[in-house]
Design a protein around this ligand. Structure first.
Ligand code: SAH
Ligand code: SF4
Ligand code: F3S
Length: 479
């Protein structure tokens, strides 16, 4: 099989952050007529790893595929197009992808016309792309995070010409509007407001895989929110690697606080957002969150480390003191605020003392939930070049210790719900018991309770009877 390379990723180009204006495009779908015939009666299977950015990208890919008659299947064995949407943030995320391709590659022998595509953040790294090609000759399509909108053209070319196609451009990125989308949920939606990342934290691969920070036009975001409201959505989550940076690259005079306020006024029952970098969280944002009832009092505020020296080496642009002052301002101005975070243990040469500073910070802030990670070197990032004197055994021990500290706080916090009645947006039935429903409180606590399936997608009152570390048990308080 011939390999055609349209564009190949390049980490140096991926670092480029020139001031040149972002290009805004409206999605256009070429080959539509031919693809409508090719897609008729065929099925697609997409497996997405990674964060909400990837989940939202999957919804765009679904929109495009279904617009040319492909039908979704959850069984890869019967698919004519398979797409594995990858994450590169840590080594274990990449290992899962290697496993998945290993499982699916056999299908190319059975179905000679199968399009087996790999996209997402992993393929944006040239060295990983080399490994993938060497390991999996069965894969016949590679495309990057900036090529999602070309998916149909790429499938067409692979299908018609029977070639292996690589189209991955490392570029600053653009903003594409009016893409077709099939949302995976009909009462909760993700709304992108800003793409990419300019922070370049020294451990992180994301700025290389997702391009520069580029905001959508305010009016395009609001049109999307208005449409979601009209369709009856109960919850929207604004997405960005750093939502606080919204609008800084545009001359429209709108910041993230304006996005929140305008959306809140439209009356969607629940508004959330993720992620906020502590560095540019403004007082105005805090005021707006406090002011509107339908902006959830939940802030995901990744701290990464409790040591100012480690934070400096991570390139996080804030100190422990600055972070704690921000938390204090938030807690003072937003009653009932629930905070969650991300923490990395075992950054290169992290001392026991520095690690202890993370423990004391965690005890002080009292998070309601937290994602914890052992540092994973990412090739091409500055931190990966540092000689590390901490053993993996020490990192694992620290990781377990940190989780224990967090759990003490989380468990104590869960207890405070007992006896109270909370609004829960019902998500679905429990995997083990059809009579049990589950959903989330406004503060994002998972609640299980008995109820009828007809409540899925609705907001109901639930009285909390019992608490576990990561979930609550309750009963319906509505009639
Ligand atoms: N933009 C978001 C984070 C996206 S990545 C933010 O800045 O908050 C999600 C989390 O993965 C990060 O917050 C960090 O805790 C973790 N992470 C990123 N790179 C990592 C690495 N190399 N090793 C371990 N954890 C990492
Ligand atoms: Fe990665 Fe830092 Fe950007 Fe978050 S802010 S995506 S951790 S570089
Ligand atoms: Fe992973 Fe890419 Fe998201 S690396 S965390 S899928 S931005």
């Amino acid at each position: 099989m011939k390999t055609k390379i349209v564009n190949y990723p390049n980490l140096v180009e991926a670092q480029n952050r020139q001031k040149s204006d972002t290009q805004f495009y409206h999605a256009s779908v070429s080959h539509l007529k031919e693809m409508e015939e090719i897609g008729r009666g065929k099925k697609y299977y997409i497996h997405t790893f990674g964060c909400q950015a990837n989940i939202r990208d999957e919804e765009t890919m679904r929109g495009m595929l279904e617009s040319v008659n492909y039908i979704k299947t959850n069984n890869p064995d019967e698919a004519d197009v398979i797409i594995i949407n990858t994450c590169a943030v840590r080594e274990n995320a990449e290992d899962k992808v290697y496993g998945e391709i290993g499982n699916l590659k056999r299908l190319r022998k059975i179905n000679k016309k199968l399009v087996l595509g790999i996209c997402g953040c992993m393929v944006e790294q040239p060295e990983i792309l080399e490994i993938l090609q060497a390991k999996f000759p069965e894969v016949n399509l590679y495309f990057g995070t900036h090529e999602i909108n070309q998916l149909l053209d790429l499938i067409y070319e692979v299908y018609i010409n029977d070639i292996r196609l690589i189209s991955i451009k490392s570029k600053q990125g653009e903003v594409i509007e009016n893409e077709k989308v099939v949302r995976s949920n009909n009462y909760k939606a993700y709304v992108n407001i800003i793409y990419g990342c300019n922070k370049f934290c020294t451990y992180c691969i994301v700025p290389y895989t997702r391009g520069k920070e580029r905001s959508r036009h305010f009016s395009d975001i609001m049109d999307e929110v208005r449409e979601l409201k009209k369709q009856g959505y109960q919850e929207i989550t604004f997405l960005g690697q750093n939502v606080n940076a919204y609008g800084k690259d545009l001359d429209e005079g709108h910041g993230f606080a304006d996005v929140l306020e305008e959306a809140a006024k439209m009356g969607i029952p629940r508004i959330r957002f993720t992620t906020s970098h502590p560095w540019d969280f403004s007082s105005k944002m805090i005021e707006i969150i406090a002011k509107y009832e339908n902006i959830m009092k939940c802030i995901h505020l990744p701290v990464q480390s409790g040591s100012s020296e480690v934070l400096r080496l991570m390139g996080r642009r804030y100190t422990r003191e600055h972070y704690l002052a921000l938390v204090k301002e938030m807690r003072d101005k937003i009653p009932g605020l629930s905070l969650s975070t991300d923490i990395i243990v075992g950054f290169p040469n992290e001392t026991e003392e520095q690690f202890n500073e993370t423990l004391t910070l965690v005890d002080e802030v009292k998070y309601e939930s937290a994602f914890t990670f052992i540092y994973s070197p990412r090739r091409g990032t500055p931190a990966a070049k540092i000689n590390d004197n901490v053993s993996y055994a020490d990192k694992s021990r620290r990781f377990k210790e940190l989780v224990k500290h967090l759990e003490v706080n989380i468990e104590a916090d869960s207890k405070r719900y007992i006896g109270g009645t909370y609004k829960v947006l019902v998500d679905g039935t429990s995997k083990t018991d059809d009579n049990m429903l589950s959903g989330y409180t406004e503060s994002n606590k998972l609640v299980h309770f008995k109820g009828d399936e007809s409540l899925i997608g609705k907001i109901v009152n639930v009285k909390i009877l019992e608490s576990h570390t990561y979930s609550l048990i309750g009963e319906l308080a509505d009639e």
